[in-house]
Design a protein around this ligand. Sequence first.
Ligand code: NAP
Length: 253
Amino acid sequence: MAGSLEGKVALVTGGGSGIGRASALAFAREGAKVVVADVQVKGGEETARMIKDTGHEAVFVKADVSKASDVEKLISTAVRTYNRLDCAHNNAGIEGASASTADCTEENWDRVIDINLKGVWLCMKYEIPQMLRQKGGAIVNTSSVAGLVGFRDMPAYCASKGGIIQLTRTAALEYAARGIRVNAVCPGVIRTPMVERVTGGKQEFEAQFIGLEPAGRLGTPEEVAEAVVWLCSDAASFVMGHPMVVDGGLVSQ
Ligand code: NAP
């Protein structure tokens, strides 16, 4: 599929780590210029450098996706830098604290919903007008298998990821006839710094996650990135509003 996004400009939020870094690198490999956004300056700059080291173009922009002013500035910087915006992977997210529905604090609820759900909406709010001006674009939002089935002790996370799927479907049908395709990816358990934080590097916790996966292993960020890049490519021209699982079979059980 190399070269499927030649001449395009792609934005990735949460691009400084894990799935976002892998998709930023995959966008570049496919020929896109990449705008890497993250709250983490070190990770974001490192991703941009990794892309430049492979001979492709990238720029890092520090942005907190839960803040409208940051997202507005992010999109205007992307367009000022590369003149257009063709693909957006709205991926930044946090796992939040683990607690049952009754024990989840209001602070944790607000923080998870603000970053994971409001953040995706804010990104689309500012990306879509630019894509309408260009008469086209493709957006992929990172949901999760936790948007499709429940997981104990993750009420805010599951609600945010389920919300992303409905937001994706809504935006998809609003803009389908105007050349903007909006889809989502629903990763299973992927080996990233987020999952390493949750397991604390302990083998017994990792084994529990592997036990959830019919594939018998954790997924890799690169396996998710391939789906993102495909959804953004012309090969997916009739795919709209789809929550694509990349989950090792987890939700098929
Ligand atoms: P990750 O390694 O923690 O990477 C996420 C990046 O996003 C981090 O650099 C993080 O910075 C950044 N970020 C957090 N809040 C942000 C904000 N407000 N604005 C901009 N950037 C922000 O996580 P990941 O595993 O790659 O996850 C990426 C996405 O995939 C998330 O939406 C996650 O929910 C989803 N997902 C992951 C898995 C999995 O198993 N890994 C499964 C399903 C879905 P900090 O380090 O400061 O938080």
